[in-house]
Design a binder for this molecule. Structure first.
Ligand SMILES: [Zn+2]
Length: 212
């Protein structure tokens, strides 16, 4: 019985560190460096950040944090828009150019609080673009748990929003999110913290929150 309990514990533990890419159905084992806040709801997960069951698979990653936790640009880029969605709350969308594989990286940083950048502005990797706020009960999509939702797409929606809300308000391919674990500067599945003064390969991403 003890062995069985251990086994189930191990399986549950493993499940939390494996993110499956929807597009390729390939598993990526996720390694965190020391001090990196853990992802509370993984890419492609059916479990929400509040522990509830999702209706659709998660198209981004969720990282919980305290009020005012800085949100950092995951790479150099240009701010496409700053918007407040009725469900998502304040959101920053950045064009990060092409990834190492030649595919476009457009990132929606959603559920944030105060935003410190403007549309059209160029940003550097690691630069603070926003901070988490005290609005997790105000916006439905934040589901009562303060967190960043970071989602990668290939195509920005643009200024004409129509009646789109949620991820498709910002990314045309919001329903086909791209697995962030493919793009970390340290390699696939290797969450990479931004450190000042360090250089990172072009077309790669660093973690959107600071590591301790
Ligand atoms: Zn999310």
């Amino acid at each position: 019985m003890k062995t069985l309990t251990y086994l189930f514990g191990a399986i549950a533990g493993l499940a939390t560190i494996i993110a499956v890419s929807a597009a390729s159905a390939q598993s990526i084992r996720v390694d965190y460096p020391d001090g990196a806040p853990r992802i509370a709801s993984e890419f492609n997960s059916k479990q929400g950040v509040n522990g509830g069951k999702r209706r659709a698979r998660h198209q981004g990653i969720d990282i919980k944090g305290k009020n005012r936790m800085p949100i950092l640009a995951a790479a150099d880029g240009k701010v496409l828009e700053v918007d407040t969605g009725t469900c998502w709350g304040p959101t920053v969308v950045i064009d990060h150019g092409k990834g190492y594989d030649g595919k476009k990286l457009v990132i929606a940083y959603g559920h944030v609080g105060d935003v410190s950048v403007k549309a059209g502005q160029r940003v550097k990797r690691g630069q603070q673009i926003a901070q988490l706020g005290n609005n997790h009960k105000k916006y439905k999509c934040i589901v009562g748990v303060r967190h960043l939702h970071m989602q990668i797409g290939r195509q920005w929606r643009g200024p004409k929003k129509g009646s789109y809300w949620g991820h498709v308000r910002y990314l045309k391919d919001g329903k086909r999110g791209v697995n962030p674990h493919l793009y970390w500067a340290g390699g696939k599945g290797k969450v990479t913290c931004f450190r000042k003064g360090e250089t990172y390969p072009a077309g790669t991403l660093t973690y959107p929150v600071a590591c301790r």
